[in-house]
Design a protein around this ligand. Structure first.
Ligand SMILES: *[C@@H]1O[C@H](CO)[C@@H](O)[C@H](O)[C@H]1NC(C)=O
Ligand SMILES: *[C@@H]1O[C@H](CO)[C@@H](O)[C@H](O)[C@H]1NC(C)=O
Length: 301
């Protein structure tokens, strides 16, 4: 308690020495107001005044009797409002003023997300995701967050800007998608972090989800060459299933094959004799081949 008191005394003395103690106190000292909402702030003088008042474009007022005066507006819609409480005193310092820390905010009209390319995308290439935020204020309290699914992947602050009026801002996210990103959903979120005096939770507007399709060349999950022995029950399959987007088409070739076999990922080998069979899986991004070698069952093993 003693320490706190000393501390107060210290601040008070510093205030007088620096000449910035105005004997005026604004309460609350910081207000966060939604565009169009009412606001009411009081200014209290701690010594006798000739005049005590609020200087502002709207809601200006003054008193010559009271030690307290209100700045009050029913619907605040003026972006450049900077209310100041002033006091004119009988003794020195004869005049002083305090500025109200006022934040007038507005949620964005819209938050939209788009790609610099029409989906589908190609694996390994670079693309830009663009997030656009329309009509938000004050932009220095805005944080734009990028999400992939549930995970925040990037955020963008605008604290270096200092406009009070609503503006449009955007953020870009560079992506190099791979096959695991096929079907991934991206979105961006605009959040106004207005501090302790602001609304809780912070005003937030989300974009739609943007889901991306990623194309990639065929690839075999199993080895690219298989050696098989003719089994006795004759139930043998040559499995050429490959993953790829768009889904691969398959062709088979072998000197043993009389007829053309079209678009069968799995060949039933029951009727096939020994030999080499080559399967090719292809889509618009490339082709891969896989060889099957069918041997006679080795005797005596
Ligand atoms: C999209 O953005 C990427 C990365 O900046 C760029 O390499 C690519 O050329 C852009 N594509 C189009 C269609 O503008
Ligand atoms: C932005 O992201 C960084 C990490 O990438 C994180 O440390 C920081 O807290 C985030 N900022 C905000 C305002 O969420």
């Amino acid at each position: 308690m003693k320490n706190i008191l000393l501390c107060f005394l210290g601040l008070f003395i510093i205030g007088i020495v620096l000449g910035d103690s105005c004997f005026l106190e604004i309460s609350p000292s910081r207000v966060v107001v939604k565009f169009g909402d009412p606001v009411s702030v009081s200014c209290v003088a701690s010594r006798p005044v000739r005049v005590l008042g609020w200087e502002s474009i709207i809601g200006a007022s003054h008193t010559q009797h009271d030690l307290s005066v209100q700045w009050q507006v029913d619907s605040l819609t003026d972006w450049i409002e900077e209310p100041i409480c002033y006091g004119v005193f009988f003794t020195a310092p004869r005049q002083c003023e305090e500025k109200l820390n006022l934040v007038l905010y507005k949620k964005p009209d819209s938050v939209s997300i788009r790609l610099n390319h029409t989906s589908p995308l190609v694996e390994g290439r670079k693309y830009q995701l663009l997030c656009e935020v329309q009509n938000v204020a004050p932009v220095q309290y805005l944080v734009l967050r990028w999400y992939r699914g549930q995970n925040e992947v990037y955020n963008h602050s605008f604290s270096e800007l200092s406009t009070a009026i609503p503006v449009q801002v955007s953020s870009t996210l560079l992506i190099v998608p791979n096959r695991a990103d096929d079907g991934a959903q991206y979105r961006c979120e605009a959040e106004l972090e207005l501090g302790a005096e602001g609304p809780q939770p912070s005003p937030t507007v989300q974009s739609e989800d943007l889901s991306i399709a990623v194309q990639y060349p065929p690839e075999f999950p199993s080895p690219e060459e298989e050696i098989l022995e003719i089994s006795e029950d004759g139930d043998m399959r040559l499995n050429c299933i490959a993953v790829g987007n768009p889904p691969p088409v398959y062709t088979w070739s072998s000197s043993n094959l009389q007829e053309k076999v079209d678009n069968q990922p799995v060949l039933k080998a029951a009727l096939l004799g020994p030999g080499v069979y080559t399967c090719t899986a292809s889509n618009i991004l490339g082709k891969r081949s896989k060889q099957f070698v069918i041997k006679h069952k080795s005797k005596g093993v």
